[in-house]
Design a protein around this ligand. Structure first.
Ligand code: ZN
Length: 102
């Protein structure tokens, strides 16, 4: 365990940066549709976390394997499931979920 590396979780200060990159063109590339049911995105499915791995590696200072393990523990088995099942960044939410840990 390298003490200089951080695990990427929703508590990490750069979580929103990671989340936005994973949902953007270098990640799952979500296409916003008028009807959410027709929204499309890229994902390898299964246990494929290619985009998350690449983005975490590019961000630097992140313990990538530990972060991926955290995502799996929280239902994020593939890139899109990380976005769906691991908490969205607090600025995606309204004021009803103020972050008390800061
Ligand atoms: Zn997926």
């Amino acid at each position: 365990m390298d003490e200089n590396l951080a695990v990427m979780t929703p508590e990490h200060p750069r979580w929103s940066e990671f989340y936005e990159r994973l949902s953007g063109p270098e990640g799952c590339d979500f296409e916003e549709a008028e009807n959410v049911l027709t929204t499309t995105w890229r994902c390898g499915g299964g246990y494929d976390k290619t985009y998350a791995t690449a983005i975490l590696t590019a961000m630097g200072g992140i313990d990538v394997p530990a972060s991926l393990a955290y995502f799996e523990q929280h239902g994020g088995h593939c890139d899109c499931e990380i976005l769906f099942n691991v908490a969205p960044p607090s600025d995606y939410l309204d004021d009803d979920d103020e972050d008390e840990e800061k």
